[in-house]
Design a protein around this ligand. Structure first.
Ligand code: ADE
Ligand code: ZN
Length: 331
């Protein structure tokens, strides 16, 4: 039976790629609208293709799918669909990642996707009471000059962007490659996060901390390969935004029983649960909680702590964090 505490408790989501929330039905609809060829003829064929051996095999299909996103309304439809899922899952605040280079490299300018995002974010706040921020991620398989150019292009939109991040193919692309652009982002007043220790080694987590000065680590599950790092993450309460279903789909762990998030939680680490790319990995935020509960039997205290961590690790004001944490403590 599904745990009603998971459904009812207020939650924040901090690791969600908006391009990874593109559902097969919307992908087909937009492909038709813009005459974009896809190697699929039906929703079933799309779903059948979503069997991945590793991060790269997923990224190949993720970038292919994103090609259907072309005009402002497409980006609005994409994001409003995600907010509807947030409403169903009782997510009150989200910090949403987007990959500008995936779009600018197809000659889609910033103003097209930013205007679409803005319309959906305003609507979510006004009609659903959901607050949101944007995390602009640099693609780490591209060089740092391209990231620097992207930060420059983003300057007219910085009032909509709270944070920069780093995603895409991790192995062979360590955080230190992006030191200059992260320093520039920090100077502009942006928060910093980075994917590290998903497929890459524990040293990449150290590099994200020491070379990029990040305030959160996305994934980070390979921290367990370095005991000193684990101690450091606990002592500094550095948040890890963990994505359980993603880690299973991308073969980071063999199965959910093997997942280490609850063991890290029990050690006192500030871990949070997130969906990453829900339409590719088989579930939104609550599905991730249900899958953990089924495999690892979460206690009510553990569920509450994960929800508290999601607000504590967010970039909300201290007053807003306290407001949500007080509500959670009443459950
Ligand atoms: N899980 C993930 N890791 C790295 N880059 C991504 N882009 C979208 N999802 C990602
Ligand atoms: Zn991610």
């Amino acid at each position: 039976m599904k745990n009603s505490l998971i459904q009812n408790i207020p939650k924040a989501e901090l690791h969600l790629h908006i391009e990874g929330s593109l559902e097969p039905a919307l992908m087909m609809q937009l492909a038709k609208k813009h005459n974009v060829p896809l190697p699929y003829n039906s929703i079933e064929q799309i779903q059948a293709a979503y069997n991945f051996d590793n991060l790269q095999s997923f990224l190949d299909l993720y970038y292919l799918g994103a090609a259907v996103l072309q005009d402002e309304d497409d980006f609005y439809q994409l994001m409003i669909a995600y907010f509807k899922k947030c409403q169903e899952d009782n997510i009150k605040h989200c910090e949403i990642m987007f990959d500008p280079q995936t779009h600018t490299h197809r000659n889609i300018p910033f103003k097209v996707f930013m205007n679409g995002f803005k319309k959906a974010m305003n609507e979510a706040q006004e009609t659903m009471g959901i607050s949101s921020q944007l995390i602009m991620c640099f693609l780490r398989h591209l060089d740092e000059d391209d990231a620097i150019k992207t930060l420059e292009q983003a300057k007219p939109f910085l009032n909509m962007i709270s944070t920069v991040g780093l995603d895409s193919s991790e192995a062979g692309n360590p955080p230190e490659k992006f030191q200059t652009v992260f320093k520039q982002a920090k100077t502009l007043g942006l928060n910093c996060v980075a994917h590290a220790g998903e497929e890459g080694p524990a040293e990449y987590i150290w590099s994200a901390l020491n070379d990029l000065n990040v305030q959160r680590i996305d994934h980070g599950v390979r921290c367990v390969e370095d005991e000193i790092l684990v101690e450091h993450l606990i002592n500094t309460q550095m948040p890890l935004t963990v994505c359980p279903l993603s880690n299973i789909k991308l073969c980071v762990f063999d199965n959910m029983q093997q997942h280490n998030i609850i063991s890290l939680l029990n050690k006192g680490m500030c871990v949070t649960v997130n969906a990453d790319d829900p339409s590719y990995f088989g579930g939104y935020l609550n599905d991730n909680f249900y899958a953990l509960d089924e495999a690892l039997c979460l206690s009510d205290e553990q569920i509450k702590q994960l929800a508290i961590n999601s607000f504590n690790a967010s970039f909300l004001s201290d007053a807003d964090k306290s407001k949500w944490i007080r509500k959670i403590q009443q459950f």
